[in-house]
Ligand binder design. Structure first.
Ligand code: FEO
Ligand code: CA
Ligand code: CA
Ligand code: CA
Length: 688
């Protein structure tokens, strides 16, 4: 569980719940037939080809192609993938569990040296801050594989590092003086350096992926790396600091949780629970209280060594954002304004700087996923704000997609083209299975009949307090939006709503009170940028739950709770990962990854179905993580022969390079978050 990083306070104090109790309505809608498919096919999904696959071989030989003629309506297409493994039982051991016929190995665990500046990882926790700056970070989360050749045996793995386990990071945990203040500079620098993103060159040799030490692509982005600001916030007074008086740069990326990628080959890392890293001991501004900036102390005490003789460039002072100078250029009152964004990284260019794409909003971003592409149409990016009662957003680019841009060698310029100018929207789910995307622009009408311009004077002011603007237009408060992903065949978008045990008033998209188990919602875009249609694909639940709890008819072989990581591969297989804390399911299994092929769940009329008692057997458990961990982050090679999955905050693992090897009873290893590479013993494709 990520309890250590999830902030349980309620920040959304608005009352955007304009729905009556709708559980009854919802239940009667459970087999709602999506009506958005035809619309979707017309607008964005035309021309997706799938040649017939009459083979009795489960291997999928055809993948969707980028549409080239977005005008002719065609019927939704269907994946030919058939899951070819038996759903595995739950597991509660210090090891991972996988289906028969597969093998799993540990790759790039925390502390793996990336270059010669780093000493080898030491099991006593004594590596230095300098070692950490040049080694793989801690608490792996979102991830993407970027191929370096057509053979599929060479590539770059980008890995998010969400937060740290200080007890594992240091020999005996963090050091404090008698006043509860941090005292050791190298410890704090090591913690900052364990955050961020790793770019790791990996190669397949003798059927095993290995990290290529000292490769020129290997690099770290940490909680201190200098990054550029782009979009509406760039060069505004909101970002003026003593370090960057012109508001053009910010230092570090923090709490990088879910991820995304772009059609032009860059990585997107998402800043989630960053507000607690900063403290304002004075009066909070409206945006600061809305997002939850800390008021008494920072999460790890990084500000404690502010003013130390050995401090460099205010590296610790910047986390205390209490105004102390005569103006913003003399202190760090605006330091937190440089956080809360989608950050773009070009993994192929080791000399490039990361860019914070502020047009996509500022909140606790879980992930960032682009919608189905169509030439000549805008690109859409989806991102959820993971806190209780927070919202789902999308950004629609002003620029329209040119497939030639996929091959540009100036990838950051492509980000400038598609991610700096556009319209940010927030979702409102209505009772009838349709919804509205509400623009967050100065002329957007608020629920009281005014406009956002009466509260905000610029688009940058809206971005700074994105959630506050969304409150005013009447967005639907959700049960903690986590990852979104897009079905490559139907174009339907799926979003995990992990849980919300504090919900006391249902709304149609979040129909369960005290939602301990979470659900996955999906939608299709409509004819205009402001329309969508939606339904709930599956509800998490314990198998033993009663009919009102186990709404999707799950059994032991697929019961799950708190869906979080979510990813389609290009074959149309949806991978669902969990970050669960509900005892009813943890008593049966550790966190896990399941698979299903949603586009094949159709009725006689070809309409997409949800997971129900009739279809639930199609949802299969593929992977279970070791004790105490969260399973998060999914990547797969273009040949589908290796899947990568991250294990975050394991308790007593890994014991060896073989991920399935159980740590012997009575032995305690220093736990290391790690990527697990999964291969099929016969060399075939994963999952089929
Ligand atoms: Fe970091 Fe919302 O999971
Ligand atoms: Ca996590
Ligand atoms: Ca997550
Ligand atoms: Ca989570």
């Amino acid at each position: 569980m990520s309890k250590a990083t999830f902030d349980p306070r309620r920040f959304n104090q608005s009352n955007n719940t304009p729905f009556a109790q709708v559980m009854e309505k919802h239940l009667s809608r459970r087999n709602f037939v999506k009506r958005g498919l035809g619309i979707s096919a017309m607008t964005a999904f035309a021309g997706v080809g799938l040649s017939a696959c009459g083979s009795d071989d489960n291997a999928v030989t055809t993948t969707p192609t980028t549409p080239t003629t977005p005008t002719t309506p065609t019927a939704p297409t269907t994946s030919s993938a058939v899951l070819g493994f038996d759903s595995i039982a739950g597991s509660k051991t210090d090891a991972v569990a996988i289906p028969a016929g597969y093998s799993a190995y540990v790759l790039a665990p925390w502390g793996t040296p990336l270059n010669t500046k780093a000493a080898a990882w030491k099991a006593d926790g004594s590596n230095t801050a300098e070692d950490q700056a040049n080694s793989v970070g801690m608490h792996h989360d979102g991830m993407h594989f970027f191929p370096l050749n057509d053979a599929g045996d060479d590539g770059l793995l980008c890995i998010n590092h969400e937060y740290i386990d200080e007890d594992a990071l240091h020999p005996t945990g963090p050091t404090f003086d008698t006043n509860g203040k941090r005292t050791i500079i190298d410890e704090i620098r090591k913690e900052i350096n364990a955050h961020g993103v790793s770019v790791v060159r990996i190669k397949l040799t003798n059927d095993m992926w290995e990290v290529v030490a000292n490769d020129a692509h290997n690099r770290r982005f940490t909680g201190a790396s200098v990054m550029d600001i782009a979009g509406p916030m760039a060069y505004t007074s909101y970002l003026e600091t003593r370090y960057s008086p012109d508001g053009s740069q910010a230092r570090g990326t923090l709490n990088n949780c879910g991820n995304g990628s772009t059609p032009w080959g860059t990585y997107l890392t998402c800043e989630e629970n960053w507000p607690g890293y900063f403290v304002n001991k004075g009066t909070l501004a409206a945006d600061q209280s809305r997002i939850g900036i800390a008021t008494s102390s920072t999460r790890y005490g990084w500000d404690h060594l502010a003013g130390d003789d050995d401090e460099r460039l205010d590296e610790f002072s910047r986390f205390d954002i209490t105004p102390v100078g005569a103006n913003a250029a003399q202190d760090y009152r605006n330091e937190a304004n440089g956080h809360g964004y989608i950050v773009e990284i070009d993994p192929y260019n080791p000399n490039s700087r990361a860019v914070k794409r502020t047009a996509l909003g500022r909140f606790r971003h879980e992930g960032c996923t682009f919608g189905k592409l169509a030439e000549g149409q805008p690109i859409t990016f989806y991102s959820g704000h993971d806190s209780r009662f927070e919202y789902l957003y999308k950004f629609v680019s002003d620029a329209v997609w040119d497939p030639a841009d996929a091959n540009s060698s100036n990838r950051i310029a492509m980000g400038d083209k598609y991610m700096n100018a556009g319209t940010l929207y927030v979702a409102k789910f209505n009772e009838d299975g349709v919804g509205e995307w509400l623009p967050l622009t100065l002329d957007a009408v608020t629920t009281n009949g005014s406009t956002l311009a009466s509260t905000f004077d610029t688009q940058a002011a809206i971005i700074l307090n994105t959630a506050g603007a969304a409150d005013l237009v009447g967005a639907t408060p959700m049960d903690r939006p986590e990852w979104a992903t897009v079905d490559p065949f139907t174009g339907s978008v799926y979003l995990t709503l992990t849980n919300n045990t504090k919900r006391t008033e249902a709304n149609t998209a979040n129909p369960r009170l005290k939602n301990s188990f979470g659900h996955v919602i999906r939608w299709d875009e409509g004819d205009s940028a402001t329309e969508f249609s939606w339904d709930i694909f599956v509800f998490g639940a314990p198998a033993a739950g009663d009919a009102e709890t186990n709404l999707s008819g799950l059994d032991d072989l697929n019961q799950f709770a708190s869906p979080d990581g979510l990813a389609f591969d290009a074959r149309g297989i949806l991978w669902v990962q969990t970050d669960n804390g509900a005892d009813e399911v943890t008593s049966y299994t550790n966190d896990q990854m399941l698979a299903v092929v949603p586009s094949t769940l159709v009725d006689a009329d070809g309409k997409q179905q949800v997971i129900s008692a009739e279809t639930q057997a199609q949802l299969k458990r593929f992977f279970v993580g070791p004790n105490d961990c969260e399973v998060t982050g999914f990547a797969i090679t273009p040949d589908y022969k290796t899947a990568f999955v991250n294990i975050q905050h394991p308790g007593n693992w890994p014991y060896s390079a073989i991920a399935t090897e159980v740590t012997p009873a009575g032995m305690q290893v220093r736990p290391r978050a790690a990527t697990v590479m999964i291969r099929k013993n016969d060399g075939g494709e994963i999952g089929v």
